[in-house]
Design a protein around this ligand. Structure first.
Ligand code: ATR
Length: 277
C-alpha cells in the first residue's frame, strides 16, 4: 500500500517539499505520496490527527506551526527540546514522535554540499527567532570554536544564548549588541543570516571587515537575493542561500521515515535549474 506523508502550514502553496519528497521517492524507489495541507491555526491539532487516523505515516510542519506542534508529540527528540520547535513527525498507532531536522540540514549543506567544515570555525549568527533556535544546537555539535549571536533586539539574543549555555561546553557562545558589533574588529569564518529581514528588504548593518579571509556568508532564505547576500558579494566572499538547507532538512526527514538516505545533490540542481528558468 502506498504510504502517505504531508507538509502542513499556513500558507503552504509555495512549499517545495512535495516536489522534493517526490524526487527522493522516485530516486530510492519508495512507494509513497506526499501532499501539501493548508491549515487554519485553530484546526492544527484536529487536522494532524485526522491525517494520522487516515493512515498518514509522517508529516513535515512548517510556519507558523513549528512550536505549537510540540504539544501533540508523545515523544520529542533532543533537537526538538533544544530548538523548542519541531518540523518532522513520525506516526504510529499510539505514538507521535517529533523531530527537528532544520539545524542538521544547515550543517549538512555547509559541510557536505558547500565543503565548508565547521570544526574550529568562528560563526556569527544574525537573528534570535525560531530559525536561530533551530540551528544553534547542531552548530555547537559541529564543534565550531565560537558562536556569537547578534539581534536587533538584544534581549532575545541573550535569551537564546542563555537557553543553550548548558549545551555549549567549551565553545564560546555569546552575544554582542549591534552597536558593539559595529565597533568591533572581530572577523568571522561564517556569517549566517537567520533573520527574516531579507524578506522585508531591510537588514542590520554590518561592518565591512566582518569576514575572515576565505569566509562564507550564508542566508537561510532561498529564491531571492537578499541585502545580506548582496553585501557579502561586495566583500568578495563565498555566498550561499538556503536552498541546500531546505533540501537537506527534507533528506533528514526522509531518512527518519524511510531509513534510506536520498541523494540531495540532483534535487538541489533541479530546483536551481527551475529557479533560473
Ligand atoms: P523566525 O521564527 O522565522 O526566525 P521570528 O521569530 O519572527 O521569525 O524572528 C525573526 C528574526 O528576524 C528576529 O531575530 C528579528 O529581530 P527582532 O528579534 O529584533 O524582532 C529579525 N528581524 C526581522 N526583521 C528585521 C529587520 N528589519 N532588521 C533586523 N532584524 C530583523
Amino acid at each position: 500500500m502506498t504510504d502517505r506523508y504531508a507538509v502542513i502550514g499556513h500558507p503552504i502553496a509555495h512549499s517545495k517539499s512535495p516536489q522534493i519528497h517526490a524526487a527522493f521517492a522516485a530516486q530510492t524507489g519508495q512507494d509513497l505520496v506526499y501532499e501539501a495541507i493548508l491549515c487554519e491555526p485553530e484546526a492544527l491539532k484536529s487536522r494532524i490527527l485526522e491525517f494520522r487516523d487516515q493512515g498518514g505515516r509522517g508529516m513535515n510542519i512548517t510556519l507558523p506551526f513549528k512550536q505549537e506542534v510540540m504539544g501533540l508529540a508523545t515523544e520529542q527528540s533532543p533537537a526538538v527540546r533544544l530548538a523548542g520547535a519541531a518540523n518532522t513527525l513520525i506516526f504510529s498507532k499510539t505514538q507521535i514522535i517529533a523531530h527537528n531536522t532544520d539545524g542538521l540540514g544547515l550543517v549538512r549543506d555547509l559541510e557536505v554540499n558547500l565543503q565548508f567544515p565547521l570544526a574550529g570555525k568562528s560563526v556569527l549568527l544574525l537573528g534570535a527567532g525560531g530559525a536561530s533556535y533551530g540551528v544553534v544546537g547542531p552548530l555547537l555539535a559541529a564543534a565550531v570554536s565560537a558562536l556569537v549571536v547578534v539581534n536587533r533586539t538584544q534581549d532575545k539574543a541573550r535569551g537564546l544564548v542563555d537557553s543553550f549555555s548548558h549545551f555549549s561546553g567549551s565553545i564560546a557562545l555569546s552575544t554582542l549588541s549591534h552597536g558593539d558589533l559595529m565597533e568591533s574588529s572581530r572577523r568571522f569564518d561564517v556569517v549566517i543570516n537567520a533573520t527574516s529581514a531579507g524578506l522585508s528588504g531591510q537588514m542590520l548593518a554590518l561592518p565591512k571587515n566582518i569576514f575572515s579571509p576565505g569566509a562564507l556568508a550564508y542566508d537561510m532564505v532561498y529564491g531571492r537575493e537578499t541585502i545580506f547576500m548582496a553585501f557579502a558579494r561586495a566583500q568578495a566572499v563565498q555566498v550561499a542561500d538556503g536552498l541546500g538547507m531546505l533540501v537537506e532538512q527534507a533528506a533528514e526527514a526522509f531518512y527518519l521515515w524511510r531509513g534510506l538516505r536520498p541523494q540531495s545533490g540532483p534535487v538541489i540542481n533541479e530546483l536551481r535549474r527551475q529557479e533560473a528558468g
